[in-house]
Design a protein around this ligand. Structure first.
Ligand code: SF4
Length: 424
């Protein structure tokens, strides 16, 4: 494999570690994309009215005949310990499953309130599994804002599933991380054209399609925020294929090449399969990069996509990264992206939001990528921002989405320029 590595990448850049106040969304947000992916799953948040409102707001105005997520609301008497929350939870779950025989996987999702009253959802899941298995498998994980950033919800969900996967002795490729179906199909088509298969997915569309895992499993991540899932799969004996993430033409090619090398795909076949989509991706990115070239970007830590995206913006779109902040930095996962990101930006992990805002103001970047809570005040101060959460809700992986990914960053700059023009 040959990659155009910078003479000095960011892998050895000292990391600025901050542990102060954070401005992040909680892990419940992940339910919005996970429930679309897992078609026989139900996500039951055990939380408060605030949690229910957050889910509704994040989901937008969506009306489902049969929704696949809901909130078991802890009332004041539960929070005050005056009611047996476990008995109520069992009753609610019983009613839900009786009404919805299509549910085969039930996730009890912990929240700040359930953690405050120390409701043991692991034991609840065990108890409910006893009542409802084998028709329904009950899992639990925490989406609490006390402990998680918004993308950690998916990590916690997938991590909860790994110990329950059957043991497999097959040499198989497992792709880990939720992607929209249209993107997943593109990925599988590229791998199939190289003769790689069968390919298993986590999460799977249905409980019956869940992969097995074992020492012959090799896995590739498509999301950089899956640190705990990565560790859980390694505990099951699976081997990770480290690679840059499939964002942009270069990232996608490097990600595919790591898999192709593992499975012995000849170079001529790899080139034949990737040549046309690579050319399309390069052309689509170039159309957007005109707006981005020479501009500076500052990342606040939010989605955990920051390092691969900075690599894409710097190398494929000609931007300069001033600071790349990430909530957590897993070298085993984002190391290949750090290798490609030319030295220069501050790499920061965690957050002390006031100090970071001071650095951002001093640097006055052309574009600031941040969470919703910071975007509005920064816009009011005249900065151009991009909401990090959009990067998770929009299809951005692989070749055919590379132009759209660049467009997510060029659009706010174009809009700001148009507004300035109108004001003249
Ligand atoms: Fe708020 Fe915590 Fe509920 Fe998230 S889990 S909506 S942070 S109360």
């Amino acid at each position: 494999m040959s990659l155009d590595l910078p003479s000095s990448g960011c892998r050895s850049t000292p990391v600025l570690k901050e542990r102060g106040q954070r401005e992040v969304f909680c892990g419940l947000t992940g339910i919005i994309w996970l429930h679309r992916k897992m078609q026989d799953a139900f996500f039951l948040v055990v939380g408060s009215r605030t949690c229910a409102h957050l889910l509704q707001a994040a989901a937008g105005v969506m009306i489902f005949a049969e929704p696949r997520f809901g909130t078991a609301i802890l009332e004041e008497k539960d929070l005050a310990g005056l009611a047996d929350a476990n008995a109520e939870l069992d009753r609610e779950v019983g009613r839900l499953l009786a009404r919805r025989p299509d549910i085969r996987q039930l996730f009890l999702v912990g929240s700040c309130p359930s953690e405050v009253i120390k409701l043991d959802l692991a034991r609840a899941a065990e108890r409910l599994n006893g009542q409802h298995a084998p028709h329904v498998r009950v899992y639990n994980y925490s989406g609490s804002g006390i402990e998680t950033t918004f993308t950690q919800g998916e990590d916690a969900c997938l991590e909860a599933m790994v110990p329950t996967l059957t043991t497999s002795t097959a040499r198989e490729l497992l792709i880990v991380g939720a992607m929209p179906d249209v993107v997943e199909d593109q990925c599988l088509a590229l791998l199939a054209a190289m003769g790689i298969g069968p390919v298993r997915m986590l999460p799977a569309h249905r409980a019956g399609e869940l992969p097995g895992v074992g020492p012959q499993t090799v896995f590739a991540l498509v999301q950089p925020f899956l640190g705990e899932t990565h560790a859980a799969l390694q505990r099951r004996g699976a081997r990770h294929l480290p690679a840059p993430f499939p964002f942009g033409e270069e990232g996608t090619t490097a990600w595919l090449r790591a898999i192709a090398d593992e499975f012995g795909v000849p170079a001529h076949l790899f080139d034949a399969v990737t040549a046309a989509p690579r050319a399309r991706a390069q052309k689509a990115v170039a159309a957007q990069a005109a707006e981005l070239r020479g501009k500076s970007v500052f990342f606040f830590p939010d989605s955990q996509l920051e390092i691969p995206l900075a690599r894409f913006l710097v190398r494929e779109c000609g931007m300069t990264a001033i600071e790349v902040g990430t909530p957590y930095l897993h070298d085993a996962i984002v190391g290949p992206d750090l290798d490609l990101l030319p030295a220069g930006p501050v790499i920061s992990e965690g957050q002390d939001v006031d100090k970071q805002l001071d650095r951002q103001r001093a640097a006055a970047p052309d574009l600031t990528v941040c969470g919703l809570g910071l975007a509005n005040p920064l816009e009011a101060q005249g900065f151009t921002t991009k909401w990090a959460i959009e990067l998770v809700f929009t299809p951005v992986h692989f070749y055919e989405q590379a132009g759209d990914l660049a467009g997510l960053f060029s659009r706010p700059l174009r809009r700001k320029a148009a507004l300035r023009q109108e004001a003249i």
